[in-house]
Design a protein around this ligand. Sequence first.
Ligand code: FES
Ligand code: FES
Length: 892
Amino acid sequence: MPLTVNGIGHDAAPRPGQCLRTLLRELGWFGVKKGCDAGDCGACTVLLDGQPVHSCVTPAFRAEGRAVTTIEGLAEAGAMHPMQRQFVAAQGFQCGFCTPGMVLTAASLDQAQLQDLPAAMKGNLCRCTGYRAIEDAVRGVQHIETGVLDSPFGRSVPTPAGPAVVTGQARYTLDMAAPPGGLLHMKLLRSPHAHARILSVDTVAALAVPGVHSVLTAADSPARLFSTARHENPLDDPDDTRVLDDVVRFIGQRVAAVLADSEAAAEAGCKALAVEYEVLPAVFDPEAAMQPGAPLVHGDKGPESRIFDPDRNLVAEVQSAHGDITAGLAAAEMVHHGVYTTQRLQHAALETHAATGWLDDAGCLHLRSSTQTPFLTRRALADLFDLPLDQVRVYCERVGGGFGGKQEMLTEDIVALAVLRTGRPVRLEYTREEQFISAPSRHPMQVAVTLGARRDGTLTAIQLRVVSNAGAYGNHSGGVLHHGCGECIGVYRCPNTRVEGYAVYTHTVPSGAFRGYGLSQTVFAVESAMDELARALRLDPFALRRRNVIGPDEAMHDDVEMGSYGLTECLDLVEAALQRGNGAVPPDETWQVGSGMALAMIHTIPPRGHFAEARIVATTDGGYELTVGTAEFGNGTTTVHAQIAAAVLGTRPASIRIRQSDTALIGHDTGAFGSTGSVVAGQATERAALALRERLLALAAERLGVAPGACRLAGDAVTAGAACIAVAALAEAEGVGRSDGTPRSVAFNVQGFRVAVQPDTGEIRILHSVQAADAGRVINPMQCRGQVEGGAAQAIGAALYEDLRVDDAGRVENRAFRGYHIPAWADLPRTEVLFADTTDRIGPFGAKSMSESPFNPVAPALANAVADAAGIRCRDLPLKPDRVFRALAARG
Ligand code: FES
Ligand code: FES
């Protein structure tokens, strides 16, 4: 079948039923991405005779004799297409996985379509940005600051990856040629039962399928238990998981793996497997699971698994008290009690989990995977398969979004097992459905809040009871529970507090790390309750917060310090913005309008150690090569690291070349989570650059015959009076820096909304969204604004409609984007982003973390605005129109 791709003639032979997307990738056009393979997301967009199509739902044969343009072919004569340049200039991306499709669609729009971008771009989803930066790109707005920046700090320096991202040259997890040795594709057979023992797996028919190479079952799996969660301290999570187990504990759990020459053959092999199950009783509700006699999820586990109480299905428990809660409630002149629930959410990063593994000639196991934690994954694989650490290499180039989901080892373990068993390269790529039914989601929580206060609003008591649904495995559940029970009330000065929390196993899809790490759920409860308390006391919600929040001199606990304090400034900024308004009006006078706010505090670094190492070397071309362990998945840390190193070395960020996310290149790095890329790896970078500067000054002084104190490093040269020596002449000088992630500081976010509620339908329209962030000294305003916007956008979807539904039998109901609604362009308002003017004394150059925290105050602020507008209180998320309508109807 002849076709032309990017002006190059191809003679392809598509397989029956093959889609254009896979054909193009097999021809080496890796700019064609996969987000869903169902026509929902647009990551696979290409131009077919100039018209944008979703290549995943376009049969390959339709391209016969036609011209296909992928992102790689949009540039002409080596010059970027104007739309590509605009995406660079506005930095209209974060992880960049959606960008090829976005650019191609945008480049094909006519003038009429440009007038209605939400409609014209409705086929392209972005999970990271909230679309504002993309809209600016399409409209030709420039945000990056170009030219020589002698002081790069605090400037909107463009990401070094920009040109590669917009031209399709950026390489994500699977954007690589198959390693030599005959690539095997893996498909997983998954459990149809919520709880069952696997009695037998008959592999005869599967092995007879042409192309099938082998089948892996529990009999092939190491007996060793581990956790899919990655943490610096592996004891943080219970060891309750096997690579392949002979007991399945949720619908969708792996049962067996089939390895074949093609994905289709592997899939056919899975269908041919005959599995005999003994179905066991199951429990789906966490309260029921804690009751005596409930089916036990891990009743077979001993103390070595470190499960808090397997006989009560408890992964972890929190019991903490300060002061006297009884006396605090007795002293209250107003007591508010409410029970709030938050739902399961999927991260829905556009790039699904994937890994390719192989053995090199020296027998070293290589894993190229979509991970936020390459070093911790390497350590876990070495432990699991009894391999020396230096015989395992884990790396990634660019990851297509994470949001916490890629802190899990979901593909690497089984790919490693298959590589070690077969000696062949192996690839596993999750489908979008597998993401929904088997990848960890946000913990659903029920939070009972009791607040006691004096008539003037002074809090006398805060009591929480938190029940968190861990699902079938305990990955991250202890950490999420502890974190969720912390800062949500720690932000208030209250003498009497009592918290009990339970993370409970059920026979449902596991929960895991999700942006906010437990706080988004508890902050929803506490901040909604504070709003209810304010209304009961007839106090302004801002005034109630100001009366009770901790101040700049507050004594913190453990290694947490008040490195800077911008909370009251954030409150002032949001209050003023809401008062000022933005001129938006409701659709008509039948809509009811109101406003609401909420706040959140977060520790800037996770507790109990977070480590990073950085090395920077002067190179012969007069620049520098910086190596860091942390991963780039849209969080913008690469740019921040270049800015930090450039600021120390007196050079331009463009002179800093960065290598990252590779266990073979640098010392241990805990990984990219808890927003640590800037504050921990950034601190290591700053220290490495300082060490290199000292070294360069010493070397130059020696060569020039002067004292080091007489030398000055700037503009890629060291000068001492009239004498000068170029950095290029001092190449190979090196500086190494490390950070252990302690002490930690605190960051704050305040969200405000003005909304309109349609009383006849329950529909909510956001008229004004504003968030103030205390990010310390902002290293890169453009990127930091993007992180806040992206967090707010994801949280708006979570507050209004995202809901991973599990039915009464434990089955995930919505398994595709069309059933799990993530915000599209038309769904989102612009969020006005404001920054408090603070400088942190702990973070590098005064900076604080700001990736996950913008999510946390959004849902309660929205619920509080709805309460203000319509006089109804929605204590359960999401705020879908039918739920709001029922509350309106109940109100009468
Ligand atoms: S991958 Fe084609 S639309 Fe999502
Ligand atoms: S930048 Fe759009 S999905 Fe990540």
